[in-house]
Design a binder for this molecule. Structure first.
Ligand SMILES: Nc1ncnc2c1ncn2[C@@H]1O[C@H](COP(=O)(O)OP(=O)(O)OP(=O)(O)O)[C@@H](O)[C@H]1O
Length: 592
């Protein structure tokens, strides 16, 4: 048992549903629907509760020969009651079920929006498949609760209390006996709720784990097949699926005990009361009609209680699912805009400065990825970053985009510390063309305009032309409207890169971060990409992780990084002259 589970168990009954509390605002937002549903609910319950009175009238007076007219009127009224009952029940069902769907749709969007603002460091350790499971399976579990279960619970709560009142009206003495049994029935139900919640959370966690494993392996299906790992992967997935089954079976077993126990206790107390009442009727202390009325109310109350126990365990299970969603919603991103963010002066010039920066992915005590780094890039300057793998080149990009905060020192744009800016504004002045650009399942035009959905087609095409991408796009089956990605056309590495460059050109930001890749390109493609890059870099401050000789030759300055520090800087000729790390790298990488 975790620490929080222990402290919760001390807090008592109410804590079983506590994880549902953060979700309450999503329900209360729909106040009007709730009121309408309550009205429909009261009408339906009221109609149901008049039925036993009618039955009593029928038994005690209805079957004498002289009241045929009364019988007809009685049955007529009954039909009316039934019609009201049907209409009110249908309305209640619709309102409450739709409310459940509404709440879950809102919650899914809220959860996704929240995920979209969380820090890069959260996603370093989170598994996508698991998050997807939270977005789908957990919210679906909640839908059952906010929809049908809430509806069933409310109806039965009304019925239960209504029936109790009518039982007391019918026979205070018999009611006293019946009511005495209620605490005996309810207490174990409530107590077991927490156990159900715990089991249900285990089941949902196991499901999320299995989803994460499946998502990871399906995303790398080619590697899986190439390595012949299908059998072992399937075996591990089977293990995860069995884990889900075991956890769900445990939760269900507990709920089955609950149901059986509740039914036995509830109906045996009805039988006991019926027996007592039968004695009264035999001794003529009560009419048989009144006993029938009482018993009908008792059965109504009993079955409501039975259904309530079922709903209680469902709600407890939902609370299990809600727990993880609440945990994610409670996460506050560390990288966020300050209360009063500064604004960059327009026009943004694009002067970048790192001052005595130390940064580690593992927090203050972790191993440094960047250490004692000072670097100023002047507006319009073109700087190439080189260095061995793991030297910290990409990390500098991450810090500029403020995906992470430095441990000490500062990173600034146009003299403003990035921590004083709204990250949204900061990222708007920086365009990033990554090494392995992502293509989304959308049209070519939408892919280029990613992040600038309002861009007119004319500008999208102009950007594609400048990125040397127009010709291959025009040759696609539907041109700019061709669907890309999973269910569409697959692009080559070089085509994807040019698409990313077009995206960067369209973004028209004063700072360009470029992670070059040459591995994906043949000579012809490389020349095209190079031409596109020349165009996009002109007039902007650009920081390029260089893999090509052409880039370092064109650069105003080359920065050589090693183990998070700047070890050399200068032009290509100067650095070759020095005969240090750069000259070695240049010989290996560029064949100098
Ligand atoms: N998300 C991360 N979490 C933890 N450590 C990381 C993360 N990203 C990078 N690192 C570590 O930080 C160091 C610098 O990595 P970085 O990606 O900046 O190197 P690089 O110079 O860009 O290398 P390459 O040329 O291979 O891309 C490496 O030791 C790497 O293992």
């Amino acid at each position: 048992m975790t620490e929080t589970a222990v402290s919760e168990s001390r807090r008592g009954f109410g804590s079983t549903l506590a994880p549902l509390r953060p979700l309450l605002p999503y329900v209360l937002r729909h106040f009007k629907t709730i009121i309408l549903a309550l009205i429909a609910l009261s009408v339906a319950a009221g109609a149901t509760l008049t039925l036993p009175v009618a039955v009593r009238g029928m038994i005690d007076h209805g079957f004498s020969k002289d009241s045929a007219g009364g019988v007809n009127a009685g049955f007529g009224a009954l039909i009316l009651v039934v019609a009201v009952l049907a209409l009110a029940s249908g309305t209640r069902y619709y309102l409450v079920t739709v409310l459940g769907e509404r709440v879950v749709a809102d919650l899914r969007t809220a959860l996704f929006r929240h995920l979209s603002i969380l820090d890069a460091s959260f996603f370093d350790s989170a598994k996508t498949g698991e998050l997807i499971s939270r977005l789908t399976a957990d919210t679906t579990q909640l839908k059952a609760t906010f929809g049908s279960s809430a509806s069933v619970a409310l109806r039965n709560l009304f019925m239960f209390f209504g029936a109790i009142v009518m039982m007391i009206v019918s026979s205070p003495k018999l009611s006293g006996v019946a009511l005495a049994a209620i605490p005996l029935i309810v207490a174990p139900l409530i107590l077991s709720g927490r156990a159900v919640r715990g089991r249900s959370r285990l089941a949902q966690d196991a499901l999320a784990g299995a989803s994460a494993y499946a998502a990871e392996n399906l995303a790398a299906i080619r590697t899986m097949q190439a390595c012949g790992a299908q059998d072992s992967v399937v075996a591990r997935f089977k293990g995860a699926a069995e884990g889900v089954y075991d956890a769900a079976r445990e939760a269900t077993r507990l709920r089955a005990y609950l149901t059986a126990g509740a039914i036995f206790l509830v109906f045996s107390s009805v039988v006991a009361v019926l027996w007592l009442g039968a004695q009264d009727v035999l001794a003529s202390r009560m009419t048989s009609g009144l006993l029938s009325q009482f018993v009908l109310y008792a059965v109504l109350a009993a079955s409501s209680l039975g259904e309530l126990s079922q709903v209680w365990s469902e709600a407890a299970a939902a609370a299990g699912a809600a727990g993880r969603i609440g945990d994610i919603l409670a996460l506050r991103p560390k990288i966020a805009a300050p209360a009063k963010p500064k604004l960059l002066k327009e026009p943004v010039r694009g002067r970048l400065a790192f001052e005595n920066v130390r940064f580690s992915y593992g927090g203050n005590d972790g191993p440094a990825a960047i250490e004692g780094l000072d670097l100023v890039v002047e507006p319009g300057e073109r700087v190439a970053l080189v260095g061995p793998s793991g030297a910290g080149k990409s990390t500098l990009f991450q810090l500029l985009l403020r995906f992470y905060d430095v441990n000490s020192g500062s990173v600034s744009v146009d003299g403003v510390d990035v921590r004083e800016l709204d990250p949204v504004q900061l990222r708007r002045v920086i365009a990033l063309a990554p090494q392995d650009p992502v293509v989304f399942g959308a049209s070519v035009a939408q892919n280029i305009a990613y992040g600038r959905e309002d861009a007119p087609r004319r500008e999208i095409e102009a950007a594609a032309r400048r990125a040397q991408a127009h010709d291959f796009i025009a040759a696609l089956p539907n041109g700019y409207d061709t669907e890309l990605g999973e269910r569409g056309v697959t692009l080559s590495g070089g085509q994807r890169q040019r698409l990313a460059i077009a995206r960067a050109i369209l973004a028209d930001a004063p700072v360009l971060l470029l992670d070059e890749a040459t591995s994906a390109l043949d000579a012809q493609n490389e020349a095209l990409v190079q031409a596109a890059l020349e165009d996009v870099m002109a007039g902007r401050t650009s920081l390029v992780i260089a893999h090509r000789l052409a880039t370092v030759l064109e650069a105003d300055r080359i920065i050589v990084l090693d183990a998070g520090r700047i070890v050399e800087q200068g032009t290509h000729a100067e650095l070759i002259e020095q005969g240090g790390l750069y000259s070695n790298l240049a010989r290996l990488q560029f064949g100098e």
